[in-house]
Every structure is written in C-alpha cells, then in structure tokens.
Write a protein that binds this ligand. Structure first.
Ligand SMILES: [Zn+2]
Length: 508
C-alpha cells in the first residue's frame, strides 16, 4: 500500500472514530449579579481602601456543556481572587444539586482589580499564630468579607444550576483571533542587570521587555439556531480567553475591562448572549504601554480600549467560523504538592521588629508592608509548608483549557500552547483557588527580580513551581483525544466570473 493511501485511511479512521465518540452538543448559560454594596472593602491594593460608587455590575457567568456522556462546567467570577475553600464549597453544592462531577467544574476569577472583597485574609486563617501575627493579619490587613463570600458562592451555584437546567441542543464554533496592541509585558530588563516590574514611562534604565505577551484571543461560540445569514444567528453565549491583567479600574465597583468586552460582544452578536471570560497566563502582562512616549489611558478609557479591542477580535472570529452540532468532552485533574520558599530566621526576626512598630505604617509604608508580609508568610509556613496546587484540564471538542490556581507568567502559557496536542489550547489563570504569582525560573535568576518575585504571604512557591505546573498541564492534555476544528464552509464551486466586471476598459 502506498503512503498516500495509508495516510488517507488513517485520517478517515480518526474522523470516523471521532464521529462515533462525539455526542449531540448541548449547552446552557446563565449569569448572576455579585455587585458588592457600596462602602465595602476594595481588594487589589495592599492598603485598606473602600468602594464608594458603582460603575458597572460584577457577575458570575456560567456555561455548562453536555455531550451525552459527560458534562463540564466553566465559571468566571468578577473577583480579584476566589480562594480554594470557596471553590471547594461551591463545587460541593453544585455536585449535590446537579450530580456534575466536582473536578469537571472550572471556577476562575477574572482578576478584576475593581471588584468586591473576596480577598485576602479568610476568617480563622491565622488563629494558630501568636498575638503579633493575629493583630497584623486581622487588624492591619485587608480581610475577605464572610457575608459577601457566602453571597458569591450562592449566586455562583445558582448560575450553574440554572445553566444546567437550560441545557439545549446547540451548534458550536471553535477558533482563535489576535489582538496584539492592548497588552504589554510589564517587566523590563534594566541597565543595572536586573528586571523591574512597572519601571514607569521614560525610565532611562530600561533596555527591553523581560518577557513576551500572548496576543491570542480564544473563542468558543455557541448558537441555539445558526442561520445562513450570520447577523441573524442567535448567540447563546461564548467563552473568551485572553491574557492581560484587568487593571483599567474605571471609577467605582466594576468588572473592569470585562464589562466593555461584554458590551462589545453583545452589541454585535446579540444582547442576550452570556460572555464567560477566562483570563490567560497574565502574571506579567498588563494594559499599560510603559515604552510609549505618549500619555496613557486610565480608568474608563483604558477599559474601553482593552475590552473593545479584544471583544472586536472575538466577534470577527465568531462571524466567520465553521460550526458543528457534535461534541466530545473530557476532564482530568492532578494535585501537585509544591513547597513554599522560606525566609531566613534573621529576616523573620528583623521583619517582626519593623512590622510590630506601627509607627512604620506612616514612616515607611513599603518597608512596613513587606515586613508584615514576611511575618504572615512565616506563620503560614508553620501551619503548612507545602501548598496544594490543582492542575485541571478540560476538553471541549478541539479545545483544551489548562487551568492553574496561579498568576502564571506568560511564557509558561506559550509553552503549554506549543506542547499541547490540541488544535486550540487556552491557559486559564487563577482557577480553582490561588497560590499567587508564579514567575519563570529566569525571573528568579541573577538577571531577574521585580514585584512578582518578592517573597510574600501571597506569592511564595519555589522557583521551579511554574515548570512543574506547566508540565503537569501538558501531561493531562496528552491523555486526551482532541477532535478537529469544524472547518469554515467552502466557497461555492466556480462557474463563471461576474459578468459586470469581466470586461476590458471601456474608453469610448
Ligand atoms: Zn495580579
């Protein structure tokens, strides 16, 4: 048998086996409001600050997929961080209400820096520690609001239960677009041999960015009834994946640029559609162009720019993509146990002196803040020197979502995309909990440094953590069987040229 025939038979076998395994595609979407009340604490800053106005609603948005054999759930929460205990509580309730398997549920925080108090310190977290630690943690740090957390869990579960009960046969499209002008690596190699985070515009010490960006805009689109005329399609909802910190911060409580992303997609694709946004590997990616000589946009303008551009890229993909009514789902999970980095006893002793002197809060706030972080981290290490890190892979047809509970550096996301056997691989940050920033090993090296490599109660895993997490994600993806991207419809067969246009120039 010659090679071409063998190749064709192999392709046919793969296609037939895919068709045999694929079930009827069903999906359901729902969203619920989680806008915090005014006067509530604002996370995302080390100092305590209060929200005083509402700019736009914060939401939980849920998508449930069903292939007849398995179900998977994707949830996004407009929150800076959604911690592990709350994720486990929500998964348990969803399982009780719907029977959906707990590790088939992905819950990701959008990382909106203008959202409600789901972060940082949870009740009871430092009850094991001494008096100084408890005072620093409970009186002088930002605490999550237990009543608000309960509300978010309830709304999240209700959104998933509603999406599950509205499962309906659908047509689905899979493709990705590009938006390379609104996200920037925020770390820079400096002339002094180190790498700095946000060194500020005009800094003469900047050489170049210390890492890449990822311009890919990942899209899964779901229609209840797809017409030939694309503008009449009824888009039920979509999943959007993009790597960039939501730090636009319009004035007041806000879903951040995700609000404008949703606005853009709804204006083009249908006002009723639900937009589930999952943040990519954006640990070192921000919206600010530090190397620009021009004044940058902040607040509402920045939100419109990023959300509008990413939304437009997503719409352009959705308006052209092919689609299918068949679906194959899968999900896998692996728990890694990764040690924390430990501050030296001398450093802890010094930090206790500085953090215990409350005059330092005003005298030297940055020194006091990071001393307090060292003290809190030391207490966390005493309780739990190793962190549980859930790696999750969720397959939706030709797409795999590789999720980690971290602010993963962009390079790791690109590595996962390169090594993955799937036609479309989307990396999800801050999923199923949070273990802080996970920089590259290079960032911990002699030319490294910057904000994300500081040793704090928030970010403290060993330097190889990112590589371990990335490799585990790729290994899970390799255990799955990707399906092919449904192709775009072919052009009609050529018959004749347009007879108005197929003529020589007419001069007289
Ligand atoms: Zn962040």
């Amino acid at each position: 048998m010659n090679n071409t025939i063998l190749f064709c038979i192999t392709i046919l076998c793969i296609t037939f086996s895919q068709m045999a395994n694929a079930g009827v595609a069903k999906a359901g979407f729902a969203e619920r409001d989680i806008t915090p009340k005014m006067g509530i604490k604002r996370p995302g800053v080390y100092r305590k600050r209060l929200h005083t106005s509402i700019h736009d609603p914060c939401k939980v948005r849920a998508a449930v997929f069903d292939d007849g054999k398995k179900k998977v759930v994707l949830v996004s929460v407009d929150a800076l961080v959604f911690r592990r205990p709350q994720v486990l509580a929500a998964r348990k309730l969803i399982h009780q209400e719907t029977g959906i398997k707990k590790n088939a549920i992905l819950i990701s925080a959008t990382h909106s820096h203008s959202s409600g108090p789901t972060f940082t310190i949870l009740d009871g977290e430092y009850d094991h520690a001494d008096e100084l630690v408890q005072e620093l943690a409970y009186t002088h740090s930002l605490r999550a609001d237990p009543a608000y957390l309960k509300h978010v869990i309830n709304q999240l579960v209700e959104a998933v239960v509603t999406a599950n009960s509205s499962l309906t046969p659908v047509e689905m499209g899979f493709a990705s677009g590009k938006e390379g002008k609104v996200s920037f690596n925020r770390r820079f190699k400096m002339k002094n041999g180190l790498s700095y985070t946000n060194p500020r515009q005009g800094n003469p010490g900047i050489i170049n960015p210390a890492g890449p960006i990822d311009p890919e805009v990942g899209v899964i689109a779901v229609w209840s009834d797809r017409k030939k005329e694309r503008s009449e399609d009824a888009l039920l909802g979509c999943i959007i994946n993009f790597a960039c910190h939501p730090t636009a911060n319009p004035p007041g409580i806000s879903a951040n640029y995700i609000y404008y992303l949703e606005k853009e997609i709804r204006s083009i694709m249908g006002e009723e559609s639900i937009v589930v946004f999952l943040g990519g590997a954006s640990g070192d990616i921000n919206i600010f162009d530090t190397q620009s000589p021009h004044q940058l946009s902040y607040g509402r303008a920045a939100g419109k720019l990023v959300g509008g551009q990413v939304g437009a890229a997503a719409c352009s993909v959705m308006l052209k993509m092919g689609s299918t009514k068949k679906l194959t789902l899968d999900f896998k999970q692996k728990i890694l146990n990764i040690p924390r980095r430990k501050p030296t006893p001398e450093k802890v002793g010094q930090a206790r002196k500085i953090a215990g002197n409350l005059k330092q809060i005003t005298l030297n706030p940055t020194l006091w803040q990071f001393s307090k972080e060292t003290v809190l981290l030391d207490a966390l290490i005493q309780k739990n020197p190793i962190r549980e890190v859930e790696i999750q892979a969720i397959q939706i047809g030709p797409t795999v979502f590789l999720a980690t509970p971290s602010e993963l550096f962009c390079q790791y996301g690109l590595n996962q995309k390169k090594e993955s056997p799937f036609p479309l691989t989307y990396v999800v940050s801050l999923a199923n909990g949070c273990v802080g920033y996970v920089p590259t090993e290079e960032a911990f090296g002699k030319n490294g440094g910057g904000y994300e490599t500081r040793l704090t109660a928030y970010s403290n895993l060993i330097p190889s953590a990112g590589r371990l997490m990335t490799d585990a994600g790729i290994a899970l993806a390799k255990e799955m069987k990707p399906t092919a991207i449904p192709p775009r419809p072919s052009a009609a067969k050529f018959k004749e040229a347009w007879n108005y246009g197929a003529v020589p120039p007419e001069l007289k």
